[in-house]
Design a protein around this ligand. Structure first.
Ligand code: LMR
Length: 399
């Protein structure tokens, strides 16, 4: 059976994780996978998470199955976190899913069931798993322009491309902290995208994986909320991995905004059936932790305060790296870093330079030049900047 099976090429982010783990150098620097790290290089368990887990452990009497959609209290808590009270709950259908990627998979399978001819539009550049999942589900893919030459969102180019989307097409947008670029649309661009979705009839699919890492928990979903208040239909995927630090617990939410309650009932049934067929019951522990935190004012305040410190650390790293690169390269070329938000930016390096950084300097970036700013510490920022400057000098000399 397996004689001719070829293992698919690993996702570049996952491949990099393995390469980093195998590298014996003690001074290697991991700017690859999007995982938050503190100044000591650890990915902490957030205090509110630990407190919620202790509570759950003390009170839990059973690990019997919950419903296929997951715990309804989780669905309500996440709805509030994402949408506030700006949308009629009767128009929403939601299920818990294993992580943000699990939610994306379920929603794209839903699209395939509802509109098999739909094209999925993703930004160029984009997170590789959006394309990989759309491809696995069998949906057609197209890219839309996203960035201008200075590394900021080019709203006009984005809108010009999306003007070609057909009614019922799905347009994937990153709720905040665009992965990989770190450049987010401004409020005017979100408003223009909403107008265009209304006019052209495409369905925005907003992926919220970094809520709280941009400007703030509420501010980071302002664009999403603007759209949800206006549009008849939307898809929303959310992840608890980064915002709650629950990476390995696989906390995800797949949600659809429907034109009316009757459609929401049918979509909810379809999502529950997709859960059943793909993995039956969604994981519960991490979802329960999130629900416990969001429903308790003290734990919620504690979580938001800790998340604010994580956000501030990443923002500080941005400023420090931009300064270190300006010094090391004697050029203002990296000033855009301070305009971006969240864990990622792309350094605009050629793949050869990315390879050289890894091989000669032990600095690990994704092949598209994406760096995870949370991977830097005060002790490594200078070395990382010097390494980038060195490979740029080499490339200039070779040219
Ligand atoms: C990333 O982009 O590095 C993270 O979202 C982790 C992943 O699953 O790719």
């Amino acid at each position: 059976m397996f004689a001719r099976l070829e293992a698919p090429e690993a996702d570049p982010i996952i491949r990099l994780m393995a390469q980093f783990a195998e590298d014996p150098r003690h001074d290697k620097i991991d700017l690859g996978v999007g995982v938050y790290r503190d100044a000591a290089g650890r990915t902490p368990v957030m205090a509110a998470v630990a407190a919620a887990e202790a509570r759950i452990l003390a009170a839990q009497e059973t690990k019997g199955y919950f419903g296929l959609a997951g715990d309804p209290r989780f669905l309500v808590a996440m709805r509030g976190l994402l949408l506030g009270d700006g949308v009629d709950p009767g128009r929403l259908a939601a299920v818990a899913a294993p992580g943000g990627s699990g939610a994306i998979r379920q929603l794209l399978e839903l699209v395939r069931l509802a509109a098999p001819g739909a094209t999925v539009w993703i930004s160029r550049p984009c997170w590789p798993n959006h394309a990989a999942i759309a491809d696995a589900v069998g949906l057609r893919l197209r890219e839309y322009s996203y960035l201008g030459p200075a590394g900021d969102v080019d709203g006009a180019a984005m809108l010009a491309d999306l003007d070609g989307a057909a009614p019922g097409d799905v347009v994937v947008l990153h709720g905040c902290c665009h992965n990989p670029s770190g450049a987010d649309p401004d409020a005017a661009t979100w408003a223009a995208l909403t107008d265009m979705a209304e006019r052209r009839g495409f369905v925005p699919f907003v992926d919220v994986a970094y809520q709280g890492f941009g400007t703030g928990v509420e501010a980071d979903v302002a664009g999403l909320r603007h759209m949800a208040a206006r549009l008849p239909e939307m898809l929303i995927a959310a992840s608890g991995s980064k915002s709650f630090g629950l990476y390995r617990e696989r906390v995800g939410l797949a949600m659809a905004l429907c034109a009316e309650a009757g459609a929401a009932g049918r979509v909810g049934g379809a999502l529950a059936s997709l859960n059943r067929r793909n993995y039956a019951f969604p994981p519960d522990h991490g979802a329960r932790v999130v629900t416990t935190i969001l429903s308790d004012p003290v734990l919620r305040a504690d979580w938001e305060a800790e998340l604010a410190t994580l956000r501030a650390r990443v923002a500080t790293n941005r400023v420090a790296l931009a300064a270190a690169l300006a010094e090391a390269t004697q050029s203002p070329a990296f000033a855009f870093l301070t305009r971006h938000r969240g864990m990622f930016s792309q350094l605009g390096l050629h793949p050869e330079a990315v390879l050289r950084l890894r091989e000669a300097h032990g600095v690990y970036l994704v092949a598209d030049g994406r760096i995870n700013l949370a991977g830097l510490t005060p002790a490594t920022i200078g070395a990382a900047a010097e390494a980038v400057a060195a490979v740029l000098r080499e490339a200039a000399t070779a040219a």
